[in-house]
Structures are given as structure tokens and as C-alpha cells.
Design a protein around this ligand. Structure first.
Ligand code: NOJ
Length: 524
């Protein structure tokens, strides 16, 4: 494709490094493990790899509590391994996106260790210390302030108490954080995923948030003073300027307490390239599997992102959510997982594929004593945390699914002898081969990557839309129902089937099997 822009036209694959591939046999995934699987990823057809944090971490929040921003956790490898990963990935046309967690550090980060020593320590103001807490709540439960007896003050933490928020209003902090970005750019990172970026700045007076109705303490507040402060925009301008001083670099933001409007407002030529709007996963604990609801969410995001001239992203799974296959496809049948994959890979916007999504990896079901994730420990059994979606990748039917030679940090899902990459690679009807075909189709049809998007009238139980680019149109129909459905594409053009089979025939009408996706193409 002419003028291919990797982050807009490509597919981004998220790797949770501790669960992807373990090369040194300690039960924890690592960078050499990822390197050993680059051929698989290139063959899958993805364009970029987003690595969840690879930095040294005490693992209170499994990598999202960082004690050194410019090193690799020795359990994952070394800076040399990172350099090798970049070189080997680039050799295969794959970009590397790092996860930057710049809102907070671990409480073991040397900055915080110093900051808490005394009230007049030069690093004191690198964090947010107060004599008295306000009413802010931590999103993992409890209030957002921790009392530190050593100096008799409270520090702010929007997540666990072991993740103190840094003070972005301090110019020295701002410089240090931008130096972190520069460090990884110099080492060859192609882009960044910015963890909860819109929480960096807090209102300087730290006023109480106003109340509202909600389930958890965190939900019972309007988050108007703890996030989304106006100072974020000039910072994004500066960050973008820095990124643009290197060729083809990218930043996608994780919009915290996000809406599509908010996500779009942080993007633009002098802001982020993209920000997650989580259109299909934003209702905590509820994931409708209903074409009318999904159509409504598509319409909403299309209106907002089109008006703003911003390129959307599509996410169905990540390391914070129950996996799409677990939400929508109960048991081991992958028909619904294929439908979800077809949706992910045909909407307008950059698809983010979460490791294992291509083989329909299911969530682990853990006993209380096995839960590691802090919010899971706190809210069990109402909310069991995020360990379930972080299970080891299932490569083959060997012990520990070929992920490791040692007992992994989280159990392997019991279905691994049947559900694994090797088995699905050998099965033409597998979700893995379906995903490969769709990614290839997406690449071959600019309408699917760049084309505009129009929702169409569809039979009951179905979702239909067209993607159009220049003289090419691709029609997508997804049958969510358990019945077969006959669908006639708009008359007046010759439609050829692209999926499930591309046989060159003239498709005046399509019969969709239960839970089947069909794609038709036309050029005129
Ligand atoms: C968002 C990340 O996605 C999540 O995994 C993490 O726990 C919090 N930010 C805190 O860093």
C-alpha cells in the first residue's frame, strides 16, 4: 500500500512479557523469549509489538510499579537484550512500542526513597505530600493518601500505596521524565503507550472532588480535580515535538476514566497520535454481545472521531480486562471468538490484538488463595482481579504449554493440550488461521485499513457496515444470532466473496451461518 503508516494502517499486538515466552526457564517470560517468537509474530502479519512494562519492578502491580525507568528488569533480560529485540524486530518489519508509566513510580524507586527521608529533602517535592488528605480515592480501593510516619505527612497515590504519584508540576520531574522518553527513543523504541497519561497533573490546590452516585468509593466522585488538568496539553505539545524529532515515532495514550470525546481531545498533530476510547469495554463488568448495542457504539465513535479528524483505536482485550473470548464465547467453541476477531480487524481504527487473542486464549479461573492482583485481593469475590487474562501463552501441548520448562508464575489454562499455537496452525479452520487470513485481507484491501465507514441496514441479529476507499468497497456482515441468515448486499454492483471463501463468484446474496462473518468486495 502506498504511504503506509505503520501505526495507522497496521495491527498492533500487545505482549505481556512475563507471560509470553520464557527462554531462561525461570517460569517468567523474558525478552529472549519474545525474540524467539518474532517469526511467529511476523507470520501472523502484525506490524508492531507493544510490550507491557519491562523495567525493574517489585511487582506489587506486576510491572506497573517501576523502580528504574531506564533499565530492564534482570528477570526479563538486559539492555543488550532490548537492543537485540529492536534489531531483530526491525529486521522483520516489526516496530517496538514501550509502555511508559510516568504518572507514578514504585515506592522503592530511588526518587521516592529520597523523597520520604525528610521534609526538606531535595526530592521531597518530586511527589505530592500534604499534612491532611483530601477526599480523593485510589482506583484500586481505599483513599488515595498514605500516611508516612517518618515525616508525619501523607503522600498521594492514585493506585496502590506502593505507587506514589510523581509531581509533574515540578520542572525537575518534568525534565527527568522527558529524559526517560529520550533514553528509549535513542535506544530505538518506535513508540510508547502512556499509562494513565491524563492523570499526570492534579489541580494545584488539591480540592475535594464533588460526589456522584456509584458503586465503589472511586466511582462515587466526579474526577474533576485529580485528572484532566489543562497543563496536560502543553506537555503533550512538548512530548510530540520530541517524538517528531525522530522519524516515524508514535504515542498512544491510555485515557484514564475515559470517554471517546476525551480520548479524541488529547490527539492531534501536536498532541498524541492516538488515545484509547475503549468503546466496547468501558462499562465496568458488563460486556454486551448485542449487534444493536455494538452498532450504537460504532456510530458514537465514528461521529466523535470523524468530527475531530482523529484516527480511532479498537480494543477488545488487554491486560486489565477479561479476555474477549471469555466474555463472549463460553466453553471452548470459537465461533463467537471469530466473530469478535472479525469486528476487531474490520472496524475503522488501529486494532490492538492482545497476546493469545489469536488462539482464543481463555481466562484462568483462580481460587482466592491464588489471586495475585491487588484489586482482586481487595474485592474478591465481587471482582476477582486481572490475573485471569494474564495466563501463560499456549504454544504447544508440551509441559507448561511450551511457555517454559519450569512452573510458570501463573498457572497454564487447563485447555492447553487442545488450545495452542501448534494445534491451531495445523487446523485450517482454527481461530489462528482465521486471524491470519483476516490480517492479510486487511493489508490487501486499503478499504479495510484506510476506508471510511458506514453502518448499513442488517437483518435481525446481524451487524453490517461498509468500508470504502477510492473505488474499492468492502462489506462486512456479522451474524450474532444462532440462526442462518440470508443477506442481500446493496444492488447495482458486482460483489465477490472475500471471506469465509474468496472464490471469485458473483455474490448477489449471502447465506450467513450462525455466528459467521462474511466479507464481500467490489471495485467500480
Ligand atoms: C493502567 C494499567 O493498564 C494497569 O494495568 C495498571 O495497574 C494501572 N494503570 C496503574 O499503573
Amino acid at each position: 500500500m502506498d504511504d503506509f503508516i505503520w501505526w495507522r494502517d497496521g495491527v498492533i499486538y500487545q505482549i505481556y512479557p512475563r507471560s509470553f515466552a520464557d527462554a531462561d526457564g525461570d517460569g517468567l517470560g523474558d525478552l529472549p523469549g519474545i525474540i524467539s517468537r518474532l517469526d511467529y509474530l511476523a507470520d501472523l502479519g502484525v506490524d508492531a509489538l507493544w510490550l507491557s512494562p519491562i523495567y525493574p519492578s517489585p511487582d506489587v502491580d506486576f510491572g506497573y510499579d517501576i523502580s528504574d525507568f531506564t533499565a530492564v528488569d534482570p528477570r526479563f533480560g538486559s539492555l543488550g537484550d532490548f537492543d537485540r529485540l529492536v534489531a531483530e524486530a526491525h529486521r522483520r518489519g516489526l516496530r517496538i512500542i514501550l509502555d511508559l508509566v510516568l504518572n507514578h513510580t514504585s515506592d522503592r524507586h530511588p526518587w521516592f526513597v529520597e523523597s520520604r527521608l525528610s521534609r526538606d529533602n531535595p526530592k521531597r517535592d518530586w511527589y505530592i505530600w500534604r499534612d491532611r488528605p483530601n477526599n480523593w480515592q485510589a482506583s484500586f480501593g481505599g483513599r488515595a493518601w498514605e500516611y508516612d510516619p517518618a515525616t508525619g505527612q501523607y503522600y498521594l497515590h492514585l493506585f496502590t500505596p506502593k505507587q506514589p504519584d510523581v509531581n509533574w508540576r515540578n520542572p525537575a520531574v518534568r525534565r527527568a521524565q522527558l529524559d526517560v522518553v529520550r533514553f528509549w527513543l535513542e535506544r530505538g523504541a518506535d513508540g510508547f503507550r502512556l499509562d494513565v497519561f491524563n492523570a499526570y497533573f492534579k489541580h494545584p490546590g488539591l480540592p475535594d472532588n464533588p460526589p456522584r452516585l456509584g458503586l465503589r468509593g472511586f466511582d462515587r466522585q466526579r474526577h474533576i480535580y485529580d485528572i484532566d488538568q489543562p497543563e496536560m496539553i502543553p506537555l503533550l505539545n512538548e512530548l510530540r515535538h520530541l517524538l517528531d524529532s525522530y522519524p516515524e515515532r508514535y504515542a498512544v495514550g491510555e485515557t484514564y476514566v475515559g470517554t471517546p470525546q476525551k480520548a479524541a481531545s488529547y490527539c492531534g498533530d501536536d498532541r498524541l497520535h492516538a488515545a484509547f476510547s475503549f468503546d466496547f469495554t468501558d462499562l465496568d463488568l458488563i460486556y454486551p454481545w448485542n449487534p444493536a448495542w455494538i452498532a450504537g457504539r460504532i456510530a458514537r465513535r465514528e461521529t466523535i472521531f470523524n468530527a475531530a479528524g482523529i484516527w480511532p483505536t479498537t480494543v477488545l482485550s488487554n491486560h486489565d480486562l477479561p479476555r474477549a473470548a471469555s466474555r463472549y464465547a463460553p466453553g471452548e467453541d470459537d465461533a463467537r471468538a471469530k466473530l469478535a476477531m472479525a469486528l476487531l480487524l474490520t472496524l475503522r481504527g488501529t486494532p490492538f490484538l492482545y497476546y493469545g487473542e489469536e488462539i482464543g486464549l481463555r481466562d484462568l479461573s483462580l481460587r482466592r488463595g491464588e489471586i495475585l492482583d491487588p484489586p482482586g485481593k481487595k474485592y474478591w469475590p465481587i471482582y476477582k482481579g486481572r490475573d485471569g487474562c494474564r495466563a501463560p501463552m499456549q504454544w504447544n501441548d508440551a509441559a507448561y504449554a511450551g511457555f517454559s520448562t519450569a512452573r510458570p508464575w501463573l498457572p497454564v489454562h487447563a485447555d492447553y493440550p487442545r488450545r495452542n499455537v501448534a494445534a491451531q496452525a495445523a487446523d485450517p479452520d482454527s481461530l489462528l488461521n482465521f486471524t491470519r487470513r483476516l490480517i492479510a485481507l486487511r493489508k490487501a484491501q486499503p478499504a479495510l485499513t484506510r476506508g471510511d465507514m458506514t453502518l448499513l441496514e442488517a437483518p435481525r441479529g446481524c451487524l453490517a457496515y461498509s468500508r470504502r476507499w477510492q473505488d474499492q468497497t468492502v462489506l462486512v456482515t456479522l451474524n450474532f444470532s444462532g440462526r442462518s441468515v440470508r443477506w442481500s448486499p446493496p444492488a447495482g454492483r458486482k460483489w465477490t466473496p472475500l471471506l469465509p471463501a474468496a472464490d471469485g463468484s458473483d455474490a448477489a446474496a449471502v447465506v450467513l451461518q450462525p455466528r459467521q462473518a462474511a466479507l464481500l468486495g467490489s471495485a467500480s
